[in-house]
Ligand binder design. Structure first.
Ligand code: HEM
Length: 216
């Protein structure tokens, strides 16, 4: 139950964060203004950040505990393991989850604490006096290595969500012969839409569709 509820909160976050980030396609004024609005929340922003942090820690702690309990329930492993129903995604939730965690730590160092690139700390403000998140993102994703790592991590996030975004219904007891396969299909479509949406940003920068520019 705790894994399911904390997971749903994280799903809501990734939807909101994607909608915010896609504003890069509308130009610097949009994305920089949006980031400024978030910062204007002041103490409320810190409450939201603390809540998300507790949520992520609880999600990881309880999933890892569940995985350990599952393993302990069968101390001698199967001599032959024929997977009948479990998908690749469902069998690798801990692996995909931990790599996504490593990505989030890098991502926060890069775009929130701005310690990975010395240029980010000294970016001049945009004409409206806002921190220039647009330029920071374009500079960051101009590196094929950084963009490649993002796309790999986003792929694993999608794999993780392609199972997690529907399995939480089952964890909460909403299990039904007709509904469950449809929810599973919906969860997979949702996860891969998120992948396309998020990846479109580094891809657009690498292809030169989103470039550094004088602000509009
Ligand atoms: C292409 C993909 C992504 C882009 C371009 C992006 C962009 C950003 C930017 C620019 C910030 C800093 C906002 C600011 O300080 O003004 C940020 C913060 C953050 N991002 Fe992302 N992000 C991406 C993917 C993700 C994903 C997949 C996750 C989670 C799984 C995530 C989680 C976070 C978190 C937790 C923060 C910190 C928010 C805060 O400082 O309060 N991001 N992101």
């Amino acid at each position: 139950m705790i894994v399911a509820v904390t997971g749903v909160i994280l799903i809501l976050f990734v939807i909101g964060h994607l909608l915010g980030n896609l504003q890069i396609f509308l130009g610097p004024a949009w994305i920089n203004g949006y980031a400024e609005h978030l910062r204007d929340l002041g103490p409320l922003l810190w409450v939201i950040r603390a809540f998300l942090l507790v949520d992520v820690v609880a999600h990881i702690y309880y999933t890892v505990r569940l995985a350990i309990e599952n393993r302990r329930a069968r101390p001698t492993s199967y001599r032959r393991k024929d997977t009948v129903k479990a998908t690749f995604a469902s069998r690798h939730m801990v692996m995909s989850g931990l790599i996504v965690l490593a990505f989030i730590i890098f991502h926060l160092l890069q775009f929130s604490f701005r310690t990975t690139d010395p240029r980010f700390a000294i970016l001049p403000a945009d004409p409206l006096g806002h921190y220039d998140v647009y330029t920071m993102m374009v500079l960051g994703f101009s590196s094929p290595l950084v963009s490649g790592f993002y796309i790999l991590a986003l792929f694993l996030l999608a794999l993780h969500l392609s199972h997690g975004s529907s399995s939480f219904f089952q964890s909460l007891g909403l299990n039904n012969k007709n509904l469950t396969p449809r929810l599973a299909q919906g969860g997979r479509i949702f996860a891969w839409l998120l992948f396309v949406g998020y990846s479109s940003i580094p891809v657009a920068v690498l292809l030169g569709w989103v470039t550094l520019r004088t602000h509009s």
